[in-house]
Design a protein around this ligand. Structure first.
Ligand code: GAP
Length: 447
């Protein structure tokens, strides 16, 4: 099995991630997070929020609605340009994202350029392609009690989209925040939430999904200071990825995106690429969006987006630096980094070497023997004490102690605490370390 297959299998076996709607045969591009996945994901999202919002004086949070007035997507350019190059095999009718099946082409590929790559259909192996068509990735819906069959005109008027990025919920609240909080420039607005994209080919486990969580910041700066703020934000992202998410610096590669490949709103973009088990892929992006969004909103809404400098009284439309990361991509990067196989006393084991602040559980408490009531009672006492103090504590009295260690290693629990007969005598417990498998004894009062 490849490393990615090992990770997928561990995620299912231990309750991190299941295929979406699995019981009905699944739904491509959707995934359900199980009890341990929810805990790890929440720890990641909370760590991001703490690092970028709570710890700082220049960041504010919002939680905007997913359904937004469709004018949002007209103004942002998504209705017109948020599209991928779709190509269909005329032989077997399979559809693909052209730039993902051919080498050396980009999202803006033309039919002629694609045909020149002489790519064979990944499904039937033939080379008989239709033209490249632009496929808009926004999911459409209709708001209110109207069916397209009843009244096509009204249904069209009530058309809405599931947001394809959380960013627009930030831009549309920029004026609300300036008018209520009066922040000094530069300041940022952060949001975490679901985004939806009708991806042509979802793939690589949770790397390319049809719905994903994004964590985005729009950082508003004076136009002539964008370059220094861009560099600061770039360093800050690296700091978060390595020191908080625990990724290795050597697995992260910054890629300066050339003009022709940048999103329609960006004047400069750096993609942070990560060495995933199946190869290098985009983990996150950092873009200089200029005043593109605020200027569009001002035009579409007729409301001024100007900021008045409190000291100089000067007015201008701020420019924007945007770091944007998908939680699922970060989750997979963290799992790929943590996933390790080694051997202890001639026995193979799998460990998730997660940083302890991200691990679903910090401690596992168990009695050495399940059938000795005095050990079980003492172990419950220790469990309740730790649960009160650290919250993320689990109980395990299944199987033998070796099996419990293997299970806790696989879900990334840093410390296993075992209550044995000595505990009853001297109030000490065994603490076993996940990464080194070494054991020490400590007084319960010192835990
Ligand atoms: N607001 C800017 C924006 O949305 P993007 O490059 O389209 O830019 C930003 O997306 C990040 O969101 C990506 O770097 C990736 O981490 C995540 N992302 C985007 N599409 C995704 C998908 N289909 N599945 C999982 N994550 C995705």
């Amino acid at each position: 099995m490849s490393k990615l297959e090992d990770i997928v299998s561990l995620c299912k076996r231990r309750g991190f991630i299941f295929p979406g709607s699995d019981i009905y045969g699944g739904m491509a591009g959707t995934w359900d997070f199980g009890p341990l996945g929810v805990m790890l994901k929440k720890n990641l999202m909370d760590s991001w929020w703490h690092f970028f919002v709570e710890k700082r004086d220049d960041m504010y949070g919002v939680d905007a609605a997913i359904l937004m007035n469709p004018r949002t997507w007209e103004a942002s350019g998504h209705t017109a340009t948020f599209a991928d190059p779709l190509v269909e095999c005329k032989e077997c009718k399979s559809r693909f994202r052209a730039d993902k099946i051919a080498d050396g082409i980009t999202e803006s590929v033309t039919t002629e350029e694609f045909l020149n790559t002489h790519t064979k259909c990944p499904v039937c192996g033939k080379e008989n392609w239709g033209p490249i068509r632009k496929f808009n990735m926004m999911f459409e819906t209709h708001v209110g009690a109207v069916l397209p069959d009843d009244n096509a005109e009204l249904a069209d008027k009530n058309k809405a989209y599931l947001r394809p990025e959380t960013a627009q919920g930030i831009f549309t609240n920029y004026k609300n925040i300036v008018d209520t909080i009066y922040p000094d420039l530069p300041f940022g607005i952060a949001q975490q939430g679901k985004s939806f994209r009708n991806e042509i080919s979802p793939r690589d486990f949770i790397l390319r999904d049809r719905e994903c969580y994004q964590m985005e910041i729009e950082y508003f700066v004076k136009p002539d200071t964008w370059e220094e703020n861009f560099e600061k934000m770039r360093a800050l992202q690296h700091d978060f990825l390595t020191n908080v998410a625990g990724l290795k610096s050597e697995d992260i590669h910054e890629y300066e995106v050339p003009t022709e490949d940048r999103a329609h709103y960006s004047k400069r973009t750096i993609d942070f690429m990560f060495d995933y088990p199946n190869g290098e892929e985009e983990l996150m992006g950092l873009a200089y969006r200029t005043d593109f969004d605020l200027a569009n909103i001002a035009r579409e809404s007729g409301k001024s987006m100007e900021y008045r400098d409190k000291k100089t009284n000067e007015t201008f439309v701020p420019h924007i630096i945007e770091p944007s990361i998908g939680v699922e991509r970060l989750f997979l990067a963290v799992l790929s980094t943590a996933y390790t196989e080694d051997e202890i006393d001639g026995e193979k084991r799998t460990i998730l070497k997660l940083p302890s602040h991200l691990a679903p559980y910090k401690f596992c408490v168990s009695p050495l023997l399940k059938n000795k009531p005095e050990l079980v009672e003492k172990a419950h006492e220790v469990y309740n004490l730790l649960k009160e103090k650290y919250t993320f504590v689990t109980w395990d009295d299944s199987g033998n102690i070796g099996k419990r260690y293997r299970k806790q290693d696989e879900i990334g629990t840093p410390k296993c605490i075992v209550i044995d007969f000595d505990t009853l005598e001297d109030d000490t417990v065994t603490i076993r370390d996940r990464d080194t498998a070494t054991q020490i004894r400590k007084k319960i009062a010192e835990l």
